[in-house]
Write a protein that binds this ligand. Structure first.
Ligand SMILES: Nc1ncnc2c1ncn2[C@@H]1O[C@H](COP(=O)(O)OP(=O)(O)OP(=O)(O)O)[C@@H](O)[C@H]1O
Ligand SMILES: [Mg+2]
Length: 305
């Protein structure tokens, strides 16, 4: 299999997001520039790092965010793995198709939950250099109704075992878990296994009650199964300049005061990318969406490969 190398970005350099440490609500609408909020308390993470990309709202931009942040880090030479934690067909595992070796059993995240294989055995290369995947399919739903022993801790345990077998450190610089539109057992397991959550929010589809229950879930996980969990980023997906977008930004910054908040600007090229089975960064390296995710990725995590 030949693997595609991710391109450098080709967008206009003047089109970058302005970095601020607080929202400036006083600037008139006409003179606004899209901004990335980096709170004074925020420190970039270093590898190896595990992120859970979560929001129980459907279509919030979870899969796009996982793929594009992953692609941005892979383009820097980091070893990146995406974990599909969603039962929907035609989601992540159809976007970045795993290359299964011939004549061997095909594993998935479900096999890890049911102790049928290790996380490493369920990880496959994709056609993109530096991006590997743990695939899933509809049978992942069995986890929710059969509730295998220790399911909440299954991802954490699998990551720990993998690191131990690799001499104490994960073989991946970044693992990004793409969550399902649900706060079920698999999402809890993702948050339990992660160092940090990343929350994509679709400005148009913002659901304030939903944001409340997500916030409560994160706090329960912090209290009960993963005290070290932080929320490192909120991504406003398919962002357009609007008064609503600015209100949404202020609102989420209140909920997650230590998180970086950034827009991923609306771009038709982002919506096309899954069909081409390549990240937006490869499909449209000149797009604002690719540039915004690259800038967010740079701020969130720094580290030599
Ligand atoms: N920056 C963007 N510009 C335009 N369209 C976008 C952008 N980001 C995401 N989209 C589109 O929005 C839709 C939802 O995005 P995505 O599939 O990433 O959300 P999701 O949260 O993973 O959904 P689900 O809850 O079904 O898993 C997709 O059609 C995607 O292509
Ligand atoms: Mg998705």
């Amino acid at each position: 299999m030949t693997r595609m190398t991710l391109p450098a970005l080709s967008g206009p350099p003047g089109d970058r997001l302005e970095v601020v440490s607080a929202w400036d609500d006083a600037t008139p609408y006409q003179s606004w520039r899209p901004q990335i909020l980096v709170p004074a308390t925020f420190r970039p993470a270093t590898p190896s790092r595990v992120y859970a990309v979560v929001n129980q709202k459907g279509g919030a931009g979870k899969t796009t965010t996982a793929v594009e942040l992953g692609a941005a880090w892979a383009a820097q030479g980091l070893r990146v793995r995406l974990v599909d934690a969603d039962t929907q067909e035609a989601a992540l595992s159809a976007w970045l198709v795993p290359a299964y070796p011939e004549g061997e059993p095909r594993h998935s995240l479900r096999s890890v939950f049911f102790d049928e294989c290790t996380l490493t055995e369920a990880t496959y290369p994709t056609t993109v250099e530096g991006l590997d995947i743990v695939p899933s399919g509809a049978d992942l739903a069995r986890v929710e109704y059969e509730r295998p022993i220790g399911a909440e801790n299954a991802i954490a345990a699998a990551l720990r075992q993998e690191a131990e077998e690799a001499g104490g450190r994960s073989p991946y610089d970044v693992t990004l878990i793409d969550g399902a539109p649900s706060l079920g057992l698999v999402t809890i397991a993702a948050l339990t296994g992660a160092d940090a959550a990343i929350v994509p929010v679709s400005v148009g589809g913002l659901d304030l009650l939903g944001m409340r229950s997500l916030h409560k879930t994160v706090r329960s996980v912090q209290r009960k199964t993963n005290p070290k969990l932080t929320v490192d980023a909120v991504v406003m997906t398919a962002w357009d300049k609007s008064t609503l977008a600015r209100q949404v930004a202020s609102r989420v910054a209140e909920d997650y005061p230590d998180a970086v908040v950034f827009p991923a600007r609306r771009s038709v090229r982002a919506a096309e990318a899954p069909i081409t089975q390549t990240p937006v960064r490869a499909h449209a390296p000149e797009s604002t969406a690719a540039a915004d995710y690259a800038q967010g990725a740079d701020l969130l995590l720094r580290g030599a490969a």
